[in-house]
Ligand binder design. Structure first.
Ligand SMILES: NC(=O)c1ccc[n+]([C@@H]2O[C@H](COP(=O)([O-])OP(=O)(O)OC[C@H]3O[C@@H](n4cnc5c(N)ncnc54)[C@H](O)[C@@H]3O)[C@@H](O)[C@H]2O)c1
Ligand SMILES: N[C@@H](CCSC[C@H]1O[C@@H](n2cnc3c(=O)[nH]cnc32)[C@H](O)[C@@H]1O)C(=O)O
Length: 411
């Protein structure tokens, strides 16, 4: 594609999702009017695709100067990146399938703008700031973190006294994880798997690694598509919940023998390793929808394989003693590296939280540490979303509030 065609294609994608992100659109209108980010510089490392572009535009329209790069080498869409680079006050450095060095160079370029606010998905910017670019930290008012594992990383830093700036845990907003991690990952993981393999899910045995918010969504949608679902867990309560939701539950060493399709959603390392690959069926499909490329141990699979070949776009076939094990998207997030990511209506809420939290950081002096999304912002996003869906709900009457708050007439 020529540069002009790339830009046109990116613009078209951004235009489409913008029309399906009503909450972010309202925030965008308010930002345009009030200019809450005037004079601020926002550095971002997020999946560079159309919904993210709608967030970037919102921040720039609100007065910020924005520099962005990717947070995963395989999730960048070059047409969206090209379109973003045509906008005023926006620089985008993300490139699809860049090598490790290029990936980290782009993070440096984003930080070169000397931001006072950061937005991360996986904490790469904040990690770089705390290791190689510590001199910049005093100028930083705060950061936002998009995902579960990023927040684990930041909380671990905080516990060690290593976190030197405030960060808002955007993932932990109710209007984020309840919808993005569950319904978003549930739908987009299967979209990625189905469009990449062109195979049927009905009648297959699907193994979901981890029954957190992402795992619940992926398991629920696999059931809906007609699969027999097995869940693996390390947490007894979540394992029980999976069983009561109607799924089979067993250890991965056992599940490995039965699965046709595996989807890891744990945020942990080594969920699938040599001992699992050894007993898998011929034709097994492996996908990760959790974090980075560490949930499926590809080093061990590579060492076991007699041959490795690309058999379809985004599918690598590892031939292990005559059995074919197919890995999608190099074990990176299947919904983004082999699909278009979450649906726009879901990212509408996630990114409304991001935009409001950036404004909150610009307007308040926060202490170093991990902060929750203020409850009123979370509720505001829910209320706007309901309104955009044409849904009205009841309001408590004063005597009902009194009843709920009292103890005298509780029985
Ligand atoms: N693909 C996406 O677009 C997307 C969206 C949201 C979150 N994420 C990422 O997905 C991961 C999970 O997020 P979440 O919000 O569901 O987290 P979560 O904490 O709610 O769930 C993770 C679950 O995995 C379980 N687990 C941990 N180690 C395990 C192991 N070895 N075997 C089996 N189960 C194990 C935990 O007990 C927990 O129940 C995170 O890395 C997050 O950053 C991805
Ligand atoms: N950067 C790491 C961390 C996991 S990304 C998981 C996050 O991606 C976000 N996400 C999912 N789909 C989209 C999308 O289409 N656009 C932008 N972000 C998305 C989602 O909010 C979730 O918290 C990695 O690439 O492995």
């Amino acid at each position: 594609m020529s540069e002009k065609e790339l830009i046109e294609s990116g613009d078209m994608k951004i235009g489409w999702v913008r029309n399906h992100m009503p909450v972010l659109s309202i925030i965008r209108e308010n930002f345009e009017r009030d200019q809450p980010l005037k004079g601020h510089k926002v550095a971002m490392a997020l999946h560079v695709e159309a919904k993210t572009a709608a967030l970037v535009e919102t921040l720039a329209i609100g007065g910020a100067e924005v520099a962005i790069t990717g947070c995963n080498p395989l999730s960048t869409q070059d047409d969206v990146s090209a379109a973003l680079n045509t906008r005023d006050n926006i620089e985008c450095y993300a490139k699809y399938d860049c090598c490790g060095d290029e990936y980290y160079e782009a993070i440096d370029k984003v930080l070169d703008m000397k931001p006072d606010i950061t937005i991360d998905d996986g904490a790469d910017l904040i990690f770089k700031l705390h290791t190689e670019r510590q001199d910049m930290i005093p100028e930083i008012l705060g950061g936002c973190e998009e995902t579960t594992t990023g927040i684990h990383r930041l909380k671990a830093m905080d516990k060690d006294g290593a976190l030197k700036m405030p960060v808002i845990a955007v993932n932990d907003a109710m209007t984020k994880f309840l919808f993005d991690n569950r319904y978003g990952t549930g739908q987009s993981s299967w979209d990625g798997i189905m469009r990449t393999t062109n195979l049927l899910v009905a009648g297959k045995t699907v193994v979901i690694g981890g029954y957190g918010w992402c795992g619940r969504g992926a398991a629920m949608r696999a059931s809906g598509l007609g699969a027999d679902v097995i869940v693996t867990e390390v947490d007894a309560i979540r394992a029980l919940e999976a069983r009561m939701d109607g799924h089979r539950v067993m250890a991965m060493t056992e599940a490995a023998k039965y699965g046709d399709i595996f989807v890891t959603t744990t945020g942990n390392v080594d969920v699938l390793t040599r001992k699992h690959f050894e007993v898998m069926k011929d034709g097994t499909i492996l996908a990760n929808s959790g974090h980075f490329n560490v949930e499926i141990n590809l080093e061990e699979l590579t060492a076991m394989a007699d041959t490795i070949k690309i058999v379809r776009n985004n599918i690598k076939e590892y031939n292990v003693g005559g059995r074919k094990i197919n890995v999608l998207a190099d074990g990176r997030l299947v919904n983004l590296a082999a699909g278009d990511g979450h649906p726009a209506e879901v990212m509408d809420m996630s990114f409304a939280n991001q935009a409001l939290c950036v404004k909150h950081i610009a307007e308040n002096k926060l202490e170093a540490g991990v902060h929750p999304v203020p409850r009123d912002l979370d509720m505001y996003v829910a209320e706007l979303k309901l309104k955009s869906m044409g849904i009205e709900i009841d309001e408590l009457e004063s005597h009902q509030t009194e009843y709920m708050e009292g103890w005298e007439c509780g029985t």
